[in-house]
Design a protein around this ligand. Structure first.
Ligand SMILES: [Zn+2]
Ligand SMILES: [Zn+2]
Length: 385
């Protein structure tokens, strides 16, 4: 509310009471109308919202003895049809300071209620504070099994965020009471200091930037008007996500304010390791134990595939330990429909206890290869400078 509002608006008419109405009468009228036009009872009805705003504003002035007096004085001085000139009007008959009329307290009415109800009802003063605002981006985490990360999965995500207090609908005031415009910042929420030719603006300390102060705080939010709430949403995590990846889910962040769009949701994905398989980009990895004979003589070995029958890998004779074979099409499915590979690394297992026959066979092998020193070349090379 501003001085202009005082002169243009008929608060008595808004509450349907006479100019001589007693405070109790005003209160009763307000409560009756507030119940009737409360946004909870008129969901989506813009005219009811407007009306609720109007009666709330009227009540906030008429229920305050001092401000009611100021209002009455202003109206009797100029009549109900007075309109405050706008813009720079010079040379006219309006050469006075409205602040004088209200004993310097005209600014008391700053417009905070406009902010308040604007916030709740998607309308209000046409200032930066009241423009539609996009909701905040929200971060959350989820942990997937190895297989769900590869195949894609629908997960329940619990999101916690701050929103209007459900008890007081964000006003911060106890039921039946209305917040007061902050007298320090006149409801702007900003305090400005002039430093020579320029001024700096910072959030008002009295109201912590809100523009309103609450005398009877809502017990649920202790007057802040804000409450933490949590919701659970089901969200699809696409196939092929890797541990540590951040997935963006558009439009699932915090709701927008005053009709603004919602923010985005970012999900940090943790993937539980698998006992057998590893990941390397779109490829799956597996280490397969083999015998020395299989590498030396060649073999066909069965290796496990993720979510499917084992696949056969042909090991050619003379395969070195640690070689990796590629099995195409057994890896992670990509967005374009193609699939990565299964990378099979062979690792020689040295038997811990040998039976008699195996022992004598290996002893024979040792004798048969006695002339070959596998370290000969290494030792030679080590002599180089
Ligand atoms: Zn303030
Ligand atoms: Zn509350």
């Amino acid at each position: 509310m501003s001085t202009k509002d005082f002169l243009e608006k008929d608060y008595y008419k808004a509450l349907g009471v006479s100019k001589t109405a007693k405070p109790a009468e005003i209160k009763t009228a307000y409560r009756k109308l507030a119940r009737k036009y409360h946004p909870d009872a008129n969901k989506g009805d813009a005219s009811a919202e407007e009306r609720f705003k109007e009666i709330s504003e009227a009540y906030s002035v008429l229920s305050d003895e001092k401000r009611r007096k100021e209002y009455d004085e202003a109206r009797s001085l100029f009549g109900g049809s007075f309109r405050v000139p706008t813009g720079n009007r010079t040379g006219g008959g309006f050469n006075f300071d409205l602040g004088d009329i209200f004993g310097g307290t005209a600014g008391d009415a700053g417009g905070g209620l406009g902010d308040l109800f604007g916030g709740v009802f998607n309308r209000g003063r046409n200032t930066a504070q009241n423009r539609p605002r996009r909701g905040a981006d929200v971060e959350t985490e989820t942990t997937l099994s190895f297989g769900d990360a590869i195949d894609g999965s629908t997960v329940a995500l619990r999101l916690t965020g701050e929103g209007p207090c459900p008890t007081c609908h964000g006003t911060g005031a106890k039921a039946g009471t209305v917040p007061r415009v902050c007298p320090v910042c006149d409801g702007t929420g900003q305090s400005s200091r002039n430093l020579g030719s320029f001024g700096i603006s910072e959030p008002c300390k009295e109201c912590r930037g809100r523009g309103l102060v609450v005398d009877d705080p809502c017990p649920a939010c202790v007057g802040s008007g804000r409450a933490m709430s949590s919701r659970t949403i089901q969200s699809r995590i696409p196939a092929g996500v890797a541990d540590g990846q951040r997935i963006k889910i558009p439009g699932k962040g915090a709701p927008g304010e005053r009709g603004g769009p919602p923010g985005d949701l970012y999900v940090r994905v943790h993937v539980k390791p698998h006992q057998v398989f590893g990941r390397s980009g779109d490829n799956l990895t597996v280490t397969v134990p083999v015998t020395f004979a299989e590498l030396a003589l060649g073999a066909e070995v069965k290796v496990p595939a993720h979510r499917g029958a084992p696949v056969t890998v042909r090991i050619p004779p003379g395969t070195p330990n640690g070689r990796t074979f590629r099995v195409q099409g057994k890896g992670v499915r990509r967005k374009d429909g193609t699939t990565g590979s299964l990378l099979v690394t062979v690792e020689v297992m040295v038997p811990q206890d040998l039976n008699g026959k195996a022992r004598s066979a290996i002893e024979e092998l040792r004798e048969a290869t006695a002339g070959q020193d596998p370290r000969e070349e290494l030792l030679e090379r080590a002599k180089e400078a």
